[in-house]
Structure formats: structure tokens, C-alpha cells
Design a protein around this ligand. Structure first.
Ligand code: COA
Length: 149
């Protein structure tokens, strides 16, 4: 059974989300540890997907523009669980979350390899490619309520 929890940094389960990020971004993608964790973690809304109680995916959301813009980041599905729809389910849950009902648009900085993933969810790339933590990225946007079929 899949469960998606909404957490803040003070919740005990926050450590489980950080373990997934450490495994995916630091160990797998070689992002320096000091860049992986940042000051936004303290105030962000964190999401954690569990299958039968096992933590499998995470993401965080930072609210901007008085809650009208939500920046999604640190989207990570553990390697053994990729390609099964968990990333899509997590993003869908974020867009539907009651704490984010005032959001007009979702934005994110996508790693280039993940562009097709976000495009399949209705996100549109804009602006030039840029480097962050040594990884190529593009900015992407989706207006709230935009369904993609
Ligand atoms: N290339 C092309 N399409 C992809 C893709 C890829 N690398 N990854 C997923 N997709 C597509 C799937 O085919 C699926 O399309 P469909 O609905 O038409 O079948 C859709 O995106 C949803 O895929 P899903 O199974 O939910 O993706 P996932 O659970 O594997 O999660 C990531 C995708 C990117 C989050 C996951 O691969 C991951 O955690 N990667 C490592 C960390 C990372 O790079 N995070 C992104 C930072 S911007």
C-alpha cells in the first residue's frame, strides 16, 4: 500500500526523507553534501512516499510570492523503485495538497535527463540550460489546475 506523508523538518520522519536524498543525490549523483542540504529545508514542506511502510521517494516544496508560487525540488525516487509511477504519484500529490490550494503556478529546476518525466506531467521548459551542483538543468513551469492528457 502506498502512503504519501506531508512533513516539516521537525517531524521524526523528516530523517527518512533526508536518507533518500543522501542516497540519490550525494551517493548516486555525486552532489556535494554541503550543497544537498540547505537553509530552505527548515521551512519547506516535505513529502515522503512509503510502500508498506518502506520510504521510497521524497520531494520538497518552497512557497514564494505570498504562497502563489510553489517551487518543487529534491525530487528523488530510490533507484530500485523507479519507472513504476511513483514519481508521477508524488508530483500529483504535491499539486493536490491542501496546504498548497492558493498556489497559481508550480516551478522547478529540472535535471536535463528528467525533462521528459516532468513534460509527461504537463511541465513546460523555459529559458536556457544552466549548471547547478555540476549538473545541467532547465527551468520548468506548470500553471495550477493544468491537466495534461
Ligand atoms: N526519461 C523519459 N521518461 C521518463 C523518465 C526518463 N528518465 N523517467 C520517467 N519518465 C516518464 C515515464 O515513462 C512515465 O511516463 P508515462 O506516464 O507516459 O508512462 C512518467 O515519466 C512518470 O514516470 P515515473 O515512473 O513516475 O518516474 P519515476 O518514479 O522513475 O521518477 C525521477 C522519475 C526523475 C524522479 C527518478 O528517475 C529519480 O528519482 N531520478 C534520480 C533523481 C533525479 O534525477 N531527480 C530529478 C531531479 S530534477
Amino acid at each position: 500500500m502506498i502512503e504519501i506523508q506531508t512533513l516539516s523538518a521537525s517531524d521524526a520522519a523528516f530523517a527518512l526523507a533526508m536518507e533518500i536524498r543522501e542516497e540519490v543525490f550525494v551517493a548516486e549523483q555525486s552532489v556535494p553534501q554541503e550543497l544537498e542540504r540547505d537553509e530552505y529545508d527548515d521551512t519547506a514542506l516535505h513529502f515522503l512516499s512509503l510502500i508498506d511502510g518502506e520510504p521510497v521517494a521524497t520531494a520538497r516544496v518552497i512557497l514564494k510570492d505570498e504562497g502563489r508560487t510553489a517551487k518543487i525540488g529534491r525530487v528523488a525516487v530510490r533507484k530500485a523503485h523507479r519507472g513504476k509511477g511513483l514519481g508521477k504519484e508524488l508530483l500529483d500529490a504535491i499539486e493536490r495538497d491542501r496546504a498548497l490550494t492558493g498556489v497559481h503556478r508550480f516551478v522547478l529546476d529540472a535535471q536535463i535527463h528528467a525533462l521528459p518525466f516532468y513534460e509527461s506531467l504537463g511541465y513546460v521548459a523555459e529559458g536556457p540550460e544552466f549548471q547547478d551542483a555540476g549538473i545541467r538543468h532547465r527551468h520548468m513551469t506548470k500553471l495550477s489546475g493544468t491537466k495534461f492528457f
